[in-house]
Design a protein around this ligand. Structure first.
Ligand SMILES: C[S@@+](CC[C@H](N)C(=O)[O-])C[C@H]1O[C@@H](n2cnc3c(N)ncnc32)[C@H](O)[C@@H]1O
Length: 226
């Protein structure tokens, strides 16, 4: 059991998601709020994930988020589950990204590194080197292309410590992300811990070990064994 910040019921989490507001009522099925979080999540699926985090995942010392859009998810999760420190990477081009300036001060974590740049850029990896091997939780929801997501996983693999959890979003709804999901089921380094798959797909993986560290070809192409 984690030392959660609060222990809401599943229904309370769903209600909190709905009242936090989505980024598109028509697409996500719950209203936008001008002062809201602009969540890009399915309420039931995301509530199942958050409830799992509250009840079964110990607090993180150093978390990583690749792809934050408004940062609403980054905030929401940390209202319920403790992440002492957080690294943010986002290219800053999402239409809801301007909300990050408003939401950022409300995120219950110490943002130790914030990089607004392409996660695939070698200079981003250079800036992240001080954190290599130290991340115990990663949430990856950035580039949704096959190679782009794989590049992010190779980057996360450098950053994560063995035993760390890695969460991928859209591994049911986006064809390329589903292909990466299938690749991961054949990985010897990752094992699937939970799969919340009501609509978009939120899959939770554990890094067991790093048998071979990602090489320059893996990073450049996104190809090779995960
Ligand atoms: C689907 S949105 C993230 C949604 C957010 N995680 C949430 O749950 O509300 C994808 C985000 O990834 C960012 N992104 C896409 N490609 C990227 C890249 N190569 N490097 C960094 N960020 C990227 C986009 O700018 C966008 O903010």
């Amino acid at each position: 059991m984690s030392s959660a910040l609060s222990m809401p019921t599943y229904d309370q989490v769903i209600n909190a998601i709905r009242s936090a507001g989505s980024s598109n009522e028509h697409y996500f099925g719950f209203p936008e709020r001008s002062d809201g979080l602009y969540l890009q999540q399915d309420p039931e699926e995301y509530a199942s994930f958050v409830h799992f985090m509250i009840n079964q995942v110990k607090p993180a010392k150093l978390s990583l988020e690749i792809g934050i859009a408004s940062g609403g998810q980054t905030k929401f999760l940390r209202d319920y589950w403790r992440a002492e420190k957080t690294i943010i990477v986002d290219i800053g081009q999402h239409e809801k990204f301007p909300h990050w300036q408003r939401i950022r001060p409300m995120v219950n974590t110490d943002i130790v590194c914030e990089i607004i740049d392409d996660s695939h850029s070698p200079s981003v990896r250079e800036r992240l080197k001080p954190y290599f091997g130290k991340v115990d939780f990663a949430f990856i929801d950035g580039d949704h292309s096959y190679r782009g997501l794989r590049q992010d996983i190779f980057l996360a693999k450098d950053l994560m410590m063995p035993g760390a959890l890695m969460v991928l979003h859209d591994t049911a709804a986006v064809y390329d992300c589903k292909r990466v999901f299938d690749d991961l089921t054949r990985s010897k380094d990752f094992v699937l811990v939970r799969n919340f798959q009501q609509r978009f797909g939120i899959s939770v993986w554990k890094l067991l070990q790093v048998r071979r560290p990602p090489n320059a070809f893996n990073r450049w192409s996104g190809l090779g064994r995960l």
